[in-house]
Design a protein around this ligand. Structure first.
Ligand code: IMP
Ligand code: MG
Length: 180
């Protein structure tokens, strides 16, 4: 993993190798396994981006647990559009449940803020957030990330579930855009 790749019309260079990703996911799983011992958490995965992180994370969880999905869209190309569209809503009763939101990357934080708003009247027992990565310098919201894989600089990335116009999600490592 040391060469520049092309995704659609843009070039990307290697940033985080698979091995480092695996270590970060293991760390999050260990903490959740210990914090939720005796509980049966529901993982609420934010589609599409989180599907790979969610599948890696879930296979390292050794608790009885369930999985649910929600889908928003806020990105268009390499820019956050600031407008969140709800594409697949919550169709499960989460009342009294210990919910862990699973997200690939938190950038401005608007998507998760929107989700937290949607969840606020659902009577959850507890709610925590697990994000694989976080662009601290882009963050404009007001919530805490309980489980974080890694912080990234404020650069556009693809791979490990994250896309550029729908492409690049299948790359096992994380790549950052080459500035032209
Ligand atoms: P936020 O609402 O600005 O926090 O953006 C969150 C969503 O935008 C994430 O769930 C990703 O799907 C997407 N996103 C944010 N940054 C990137 C990036 O660098 N590459 C690809 N997708 C991104
Ligand atoms: Mg996402």
């Amino acid at each position: 993993m040391n060469k520049t790749i092309r995704v659609k019309d843009k070039l990307f260079e290697p940033m985080i190798p698979e091995e480092e990703i695996r270590e970060a996911v293991n760390g999050i799983a260990r903490r959740i396994n210990s914090d939720y011992a005796g509980k049966e958490p529901v993982f609420l995965c934010v589609l599409n981006g989180s599907f790979i992180f969610a599948s890696d994370l879930l296979r390292r969880i050794n608790l009885p647990c369930r999985l649910s999905f929600i889908k928003y869209a806020s990105y268009s190309g390499t820019r956050s559009t600031q407008e969140i569209r709800n594409l697949i809503g919550l169709n499960e009763d989460l009342e009294g449940q210990d919910v862990i939101v699973v997200e690939d990357i938190i950038d401005t934080g608007l998507t998760i803020s929107h989700l937290l708003g949607d969840l606020s009247d659902k009577g959850l027992s507890t709610l925590r957030i697990a994000a694989f990565c976080f662009k601290k310098d882009a963050f404009r919201a007001d919530f805490r990330i309980d489980y974080l894989g890694m912080e990234l600089p404020n650069e556009f990335v693809v791979g490990y579930g994250m896309d550029y116009d729908g492409f690049g999600r299948n790359l096992p490592g994380i790549y950052k855009i080459v500035k032209s």
